[in-house]
Write a new protein. Structure first.
Length: 542
């Protein structure tokens, strides 16, 4: 049963005086005391107002947040089916037990059609843009994507937020921050696997960021964005500097409260106003305008054009896929609940939009129906809460019909787990360098050691690959590589070997069974006790 307790959240820094189980359904204690010192949502809002709509401002720039609501349907409601029969194994060469080992499984894939981007692992790093947490970890993120052989997208508002950007006649001419991110990827890129792209929203298009990225930075991939990803409005960040807020306001951004107002400036200097909200405008596309936009992007030199789609209502999700089909788009990333990395409005993250599991079912069915009508079907990436190989196996398998089309889902896009990997790699490396690991994480240090080269399982492999250059590699990139290539990649190979499918394109819906009636209904997958019934009867009668 779906439930959210709105009275408290670790993300917003709110608490209840009573236990969660004893709270009222709407999220308040059964009795509210006038001398209670605990700040529930209502109590904190009485003091801080709109600030409580967002994750804690004191954590901004060093945290990521995502919904913890239970939506009633989860990837755990599908079970992966394994097999052992030779006839269930594809292709022919893997019917030899000496070759049918999990390390031989091919998990590579590609995104795009005329200029496909090859991925070593069916993972991409979803757009991380102007938020402080993305900016301060940029070198780690993009180097990690490069050495992992995957696609990464630079998110929205980077040029507009760059204090050193050169803007003339309303168009960006140079952005050191954008260049820094592109160069961080290309420094470690092998030129074959993965690539780096740039995402553009309404503000970016007005600034000509797409043209700048294509012509000046020679970026191949442009991703359009009509609204935010896991939430349905524009991108938000928090600004703690008055001069920076004024600059952004003059560049055309929506900044609340207005930093050009003298009264606001005085209140900020007095410490009454502590920060500003910077918001982006919302996209209002039509299919016709989108088709024209994509055509223009390709004329300008974009080789791969994609779309980032948020968690909108079912009809709008299918409408977006139809628009992408009409525009002959390379890919669409559908981002559902419970994702989120920046200053997402917390009530929206919890209570508004389509959760990823339901979204996948809707989008995959729509893709199949478009295919049946002979329409162009863009490659699909799903996003929103993915963090482990079982989920990736399931969503890809779900998108292919046995002896039919697909898989339509080519990869999943991640953001929060990527940043978590960076956080942890940086933190433990810092402790190791300072000689503090034994004190900070005694059990870990006792088992693995205290030296930097001991704490990373992949250190030796990367040392062999990069030699002395390993000293230059941002340590967060090692965390990404370890997480994406070693954990997700190897875990996916093991699952596929267990299912006796040794290539990613051979995953299909026959490998899944529903564990709940709701999963059966939504995904149109039989429950385990219903699976193979006709084949079992035929086998026993033969």
């Amino acid at each position: 049963m779906a439930r959210t307790n709105l009275g408290f959240s670790d993300a917003t820094g709110t608490r209840l005086r009573v236990r969660y189980e004893d709270a009222q359904v709407h999220g308040l204690c059964p009795i509210c005391l006038e001398d209670c010192p605990v700040l529930c949502t209502v109590g904190r809002a009485a003091l801080r107002g709109r600030e409580v709509l967002y994750p804690r401002p004191d954590y901004f720039g060093r945290s990521v947040a995502g919904s913890n609501k239970i939506y009633g349907l989860d990837w755990a409601d599908l079970q992966i089916m394994s097999d052992v029969r030779a006839e269930a194994t594809f292709p022919e060469e893997f019917r030899n037990p000496d070759k049918a080992i999990f390390e031989a499984v091919d998990i590579t894939t590609s995104i795009g059609f005329k200029h496909p981007i090859k991925l070593k692992v069916p993972v991409t790093i979803a757009a991380l843009g102007s938020t402080k947490v993305a900016a301060k970890n940029a070198e780690h993120i993009y180097a990690g994507a490069a050495i992992s052989g995957i696609l990464t997208i630079i998110g929205e508002n980077v040029c507009g937020m760059d204090p050193n950007a050169v803007i003339s006649n309303g168009k960006v001419q140079d952005s050191p921050d954008m260049r820094r991110r592109v160069e961080a990827f290309r420094k470690w890129w092998d030129g074959e696997w993965g690539d780096i792209g740039v995402q553009t929203n309404v503000e970016d298009q007005r600034l000509g960021v797409d043209v700048y990225a294509i012509t000046k930075l020679e970026v191949n991939v442009i991703e359009r964005k009509w609204g935010q990803g896991a939430k349905s409005i524009g991108g938000e960040v928090r600004i703690f500097d008055l001069d920076r807020a004024i600059t952004l306001r003059k560049r055309g951004y929506i900044v609340i409260p207005d930093p050009l107002d003298p009264a606001v400036q005085e209140a900020f200097k007095a410490g009454i106003i502590r920060s500003f909200e910077r918001h982006s405008r919302l996209g209002m596309p039509t299919i016709e305008s989108f088709v024209e936009d994509v055509e223009k992007l390709r004329e300008q030199g974009a080789k791969v054009v994609g779309l980032k789609m948020g968690q909108y209502r079912p009809y709008t999700l299918v409408w977006a896929l139809k628009a992408a089909s009409e525009a002959k788009l390379d890919y669409v990333t559908f981002d559902g609940q419970p994702g989120g990395t920046g200053m997402s409005p917390w009530p929206m993250m919890l209570e508004q939009g389509v959760p990823t599991t339901y979204m996948a079912a809707i989008v995959i069915e729509a893709a199949y129906r478009l295919w049946k009508k002979g329409k162009h079907v863009p490659h699909i990436m799903m996003a929103g809460g993915f963090c482990c190989p079982t989920q990736i196996f399931k969503v890809i398998a779900l998108s292919k019909w046995p002896n039919g089309p697909g898989p339509f889902v080519k990869a999943v896009a991640m953001a929060k787990p990527i940043l978590t990997a960076v956080f942890k790699a940086k933190l433990f490396y810092e402790w190791a360098v300072k000689g503090e690991l034994e004190k900070r994480a005694p059990q870990f240090a006792k088992f693995y050691g205290t030296k930097p080269e001991q704490i990373f399982e992949v250190w030796h492999d990367l040392k062999v690959k990069f030699g002395d250059r390993l000293k230059e590699l941002p340590v967060g990139a090692i965390g990404i590589y370890s997480y994406v290539v070693e954990y997700i990649g190897v875990g996916l190979k093991q699952l596929m070997a267990g299912a006796r499918r040794f290539r990613l394109d051979l995953l299909d819906r026959s490998l899944l069974a529903a564990l709940t009636p709701l999963a059966k209904e939504v995904f149109k997958i039989p429950m385990i006790h219903e699976l193979d019934r006709e084949a079992i009867d035929a086998l026993l009668e033969s």
